[in-house]
Design a protein around this ligand. Structure first.
Ligand SMILES: [Mn+2]
Length: 436
């Protein structure tokens, strides 16, 4: 017999991969995990018949010749299946989109690749072989891709994820159903906790980072807390969110965290608490601690361990083109054109920033036929400026509020540097990202 399975606690990408294994390896039977991730339960309930799963105990009496494993190459995540395999020396083949250096399944032939979702890995193979899918199968696969790629927007997304998604649309995938299967807040208990958490959110600025914290006591551990945390993260958009859920009955504290800044690395930060995860998503379970006391300790820990946020001084350009108040509009326009700029800060006789002159301001002078008029008469004043100590979040708000392209950075009205929208976007490009 030939079998195929994914990791324990099957999630949506795992199911998406498995539905394609059925097409790619029709002579293989799928084996299910005894655990289904809460995010995948709904899709699983609707579509079980399309997988035709065997139970692990069904394979105990079989001789297994070949195994295909998808979406993991970690022995500890497939132990539950192997514990049911007897009297067999199977050939093992793995398709996994995670970094494969850490593979520890003995004797397996491992195929890796750069895909946001493992489903895209197998989808690419299916496309190349001209395989056709039922609309239901296409919907299952597309849900897997959307789940693991944050709807095609996480850092790990590759061209293949888009290609395979387009192919699945051709095969009749329903985006309406995909959307409904991706809904993460389904239980009344989750909704109740979501409402309570909103009431106790504590915004804090630590080392210049705009953080959100919450502390809630629960009667018992509740499934789907991570989805609640992500929903709040999405709505409030802090640099990072640390949600603490204390369960007094068992003296445990669950810490679930999300970040959207490279400088707040949750993998490193939660390590001391025995936590796991990756850079931008992590969690830890702290045993034998009282909630309120741990919360205080955790705040101190954040103060001490976070590296300071990036500030204007860190990324501004120091060598700034500037214009003096007494220059004529004509001189200023020639100067800006030569420097290939759309505008520049204006300095008065004392060297203080007194305004900002843009090509648009100069255009008004040109229309009025007064190109000999001094810059002082046509510049925008006072200039919108910021101190060198402002954080990138504050700069983001300044750019959002004032429709300017350049922000002079000043100290006591003296020009220190300039920060453009382009600089800001380059900074953002280095931050945003997430991996499944
Ligand atoms: Mn995956």
């Amino acid at each position: 017999m030939n079998i195929a399975f994914g990791h324990t606690n099957m999630d949506l990408d795992c199911l998406g991969s498995l539905i394609l294994v059925r097409k790619l390896f029709p002579e293989y039977r799928l084996v299910r995990s005894r655990l289904i991730h809460p995010e995948a339960q709904n899709l699983y309930d609707f579509y079980q018949q399309y997988f035709d799963f065997l139970d692990p105990k069904d394979i105990e009496t079989e001789v297994i010749e070949n195994i295909v494993i998808v979406d993991t190459c970690m022995a500890e995540r497939v132990g539950e299946y192997f514990s049911h395999i007897r009297n067999s020396a199977p050939d093992i083949r793995i398709y996994d989109h995670h970094p494969i250096e850490s593979c520890n399944i003995q004797g397996a032939k491992v195929e890796g690749g750069n895909y946001g979702a493992n489903t895209s890995f197998l989808g690419k193979l299916a496309m190349e072989q001209g395989i056709r899918l039922l609309p239901e199968e296409a919907t299952i696969a597309l849900t897997g891709i959307y789940a693991d790629t944050g709807r095609l927007i996480f850092e790990n997304v590759s061209r293949a994820d888009f290609e395979v998604s387009a192919w699945l649309m051709d095969m009749g995938a329903s985006l309406k159903l995909v959307k409904s299967f991706l809904e993460t807040i389904r239980e009344d208990a989750q909704l109740a906790i979501l409402n309570q958490a909103f009431m106790v959110l504590q915004p804090r600025i630590i080392q210049g980072h705009e953080l959100l914290l919450s502390y809630l006591e629960l009667g018992e551990n509740t499934p789907g807390l991570a989805a609640v945390v992500e929903k709040i993260m999405e709505i409030r958009n802090p640099d990072a969110f640390f949600a603490l859920f204390a369960i007094p009955k068992t003296k445990t504290v669950l810490l679930i965290a999300r970040s959207q800044k490279a400088k707040i690395n949750l993998h490193e930060l939660l390590h001391v608490y025995g936590g796991g995860g990756h850079q931008l998503a992590g969690s830890a379970k702290i045993n034998g601690r009282e909630g309120p006391e741990f919360f205080e300790e955790f705040l101190d820990y954040l103060e001490q361990s976070l590296t300071p946020a990036t500030r204007a001084a860190d990324i501004m350009t120091r060598d700034v083109h500037r214009v003096s108040e007494t220059m004529s509009l004509l001189e200023a326009s020639v100067f800006l054109e030569k420097a290939d700029l759309t505008g520049a800060p204006v300095l008065d006789a004392e060297g203080n920033v007194s305004g900002f002159i843009s090509l648009r301001d100069i255009m008004k002078g040109r229309k009025a036929g007064v190109m000999k008029a001094p810059v002082r008469a046509y510049m925008s004043k006072p200039a919108v400026t910021a101190g060198s100590n402002v954080t990138m979040r504050e700069i983001e708000r300044i750019f959002y509020k004032h429709h300017i392209g350049q922000l002079p950075i000043v100290e006591d009205r003296k020009l220190l540097g300039i920060l453009t929208r382009w600089d800001y976007l380059q900074y953002r490009k280095r931050q945003v990202g997430r991996e499944a």
